[in-house]
Design a binder for this molecule. Sequence first.
Ligand code: SF4
Ligand code: SF4
Length: 192
Amino acid sequence: MAHDGTAPKGFWTETAQLVRAVSRAMGVTFRNLWRRPVTVMYPDVRRVYPDRFRGILALTYDTETGEENCIGCRLCELICPPQVIKVEMLKAKERNWAKTFTLELYACEFCELCVQVCPTDAIIMLKTFELATADRRTMLLDKDRLHALGLEHTPSWATGNKLRDMQAPPKAARADGAKEPAAKGDAKETGA
Ligand code: SF4
Ligand code: SF4
């Protein structure tokens, strides 16, 4: 009897179990040996990413005037869930500017909310994710770096204005005199 009270397995039983297990494992190995790999030799080989792929963030310039699009309104800062954007507005006569703009990309959730609220399409996402680094400090992006990234990489299709245009239009106003459906609580209070 074994210590745990069970009868010891015979030598041949254990050997048969071992052979079965090894055969199963080798079967899986051989089946996969002839399969096409699902990985690619990045960065020598690059996948084609979907049209709607959206990666790292950047700031944009107006293509006609060459001016920065950001007006320093801080909407992106206020909507950002992990609060990784900081903007200082510089008020001027003609228009406002971002005096400073920083984005802590290492803590960004890539939720795209900042892009969605931007009234001037100044902040966008790019069709790239290639900003890998071993030094977290390089992921603290200032205004110059964000503008440079915008010039370096292809922008994604989405801008704040395009995304807002895709949203369902507001419901038509109710005609005058039309009754609101009674809420549950109202029915009880009125004894209906
Ligand atoms: S993508 Fe989301 S988390 Fe990242 S900076 Fe924009 S709002 Fe913040
Ligand atoms: S990036 Fe857009 S939302 Fe953010 S401060 Fe500039 S203009 Fe405002």
